[in-house]
Unconditional design. Structure first.
Length: 246
């Protein structure tokens, strides 16, 4: 289906590493095979070690995986703001290594976007002009994130949005020009039409959450939506390339 569509695909939301909560193979080989099957040109990924264990070790592993992929896999750095010491140094190190994007996981690390360490982290990223993704599955979090970045020249992508807070997220994305929505939460073809009507297709960035979730479950609703091929291309690659060169 993807290859027949003739549309380029860059996935902003993928995983590599050991997943501690379920027996799922998140090896680079599995991710690369998914990409080949569905015609994905590049995938931005986080290493699970950076999320669930130690950020520095996980980000180092991400660098290694990216090199071994021959450029097909693009590493995304992750930091736990509650592990406060050395955040600025870790950000500088990853930027020197060529990381283009950071990602944060408050729901898995037991913190909220309004906490002071994350506020300081956002200020550092703003100063350095670095965009980030942040998982946003809970009511109130999108509003907290909007309060943090509304006056900043900083691009934010809200990912892992849930049904319970979709209305809040759409309100936030529509109201602020620097906040985007990652699309793995849109699982019905007509969902794309409704969301695009609400916030505009330019605010949507394709992500699959693979291999944690089935890649086809993220891609097929978009391909079967009523969006034009031009708009699908924006979602699949062009909007992300405005944020990072991928």
């Amino acid at each position: 289906m993807a290859a027949q569509s003739g549309l380029p695909i860059v996935d902003c939301n993928t995983w590599v590493g050991f997943y501690p909560r379920q027996a799922i193979d998140l090896s680079p080989q599995v991710l690369l095979s998914i990409m080949k099957r569905y015609g994905v040109a590049r995938a931005l990924f986080v290493h699970t070690t950076a999320v669930f264990y130690d950020a520095r070790t996980g980000n180092d592993l991400a660098v290694q995986v990216a090199k071994e992929s021959g450029g097909l896999l693009i590493p995304v750095a992750s930091i736990n703001p509650m592990q406060y010491r050395g955040i600025g140094e870790e950000i500088d190190r990853r930027l020197q290594q060529g990381f283009r994007l950071f990602r944060f996981f408050p729901q898995w690390q037991n913190w909220q976007p309004k906490v002071a360490p994350f506020r300081e982290l956002v200020n550092i990223l703003t100063e350095k002009g670095v965009p980030f993704l942040i998982d946003c599955p809970k009511v109130g979090w999108a509003t907290e994130i909007a309060d943090l970045v509304q006056d900043k020249p900083l691009t934010v992508v809200l990912s892992d949005v849930s049904e319970v807070n979709m209305g809040e997220v759409l309100c936030v994305v529509k109201s602020l020009p620097n906040i985007y929505l990652e699309t793995s939460c849109i699982i019905q073809p007509d969902g794309y039409d409704l969301v695009a009507d609400e916030i505009g297709v330019d605010k949507l960035v394709f992500g699959s959450n693979a291999p944690l979730h089935y890649f086809a479950s993220a891609l097929f609703p978009l391909l079967h939506s009523a969006l034009s091929d031009e708009d699908k291309r924006k979602v699949l690659v062009e909007n992300l390339r405005r944020i990072v060169q991928a």
